[in-house]
Write a protein that binds this ligand. Structure first.
Ligand code: 5GP
Ligand code: ZN
Length: 114
């Protein structure tokens, strides 16, 4: 989508600190990190949120979790553990309307979240 920040990052129109890329998925450092490791994993295809996954595009979730598996190991957070979050909609606190999974690690995280 032309006015979507994450589509612009995928299309190299906005720079990012890239962590991982394959043909379906891009991962980059969050610009406002909430933990020592805070990485966003996005499908290259524009999908608004978890609610917009369907029969045609849902296989990207497997691609995303394959990427998360690799990124956790290459970021060195696999041993101590980490959190994967997909904020969705207003109550979920989603601020960017392009499906993304936060990987948060490098410190002990509180539960439940605020
Ligand atoms: P949400 O609040 O939608 O779950 O997460 C959006 C995330 O995107 C936020 O953590 C925010 O810091 C991050 N973000 C917003 N704009 C940019 C950007 O231009 N570059 C990067 N790297 N992260 C961004
Ligand atoms: Zn987009």
């Amino acid at each position: 989508m032309s006015n979507c920040i994450f589509c612009k990052i995928v299309n190299d129109e906005i720079p990012c600190s890239k962590v991982y890329e394959d043909d379906k998925v891009l991962a980059f450092k969050d610009i406002n990190p909430e933990a020592p490791v805070h990485i966003l994993v996005v499908p290259k295809q524009h999908i608004q949120s978890v609610l917009d996954l369907d029969e045609k595009n849902k296989s990207v979730t497997v691609d995303i979790f394959d990427a998360i598996n690799k990124i956790a190991k290459l970021s060195g957070i696999d041993e101590d553990g980490f959190r994967v979050v997909a904020n969705t909609g207003i109550n979920g606190g989603q601020t960017v309307g392009h499906l993304h999974y936060h990987i948060l690690g490098g410190r002990s995280l509180q539960w439940p979240p605020g």
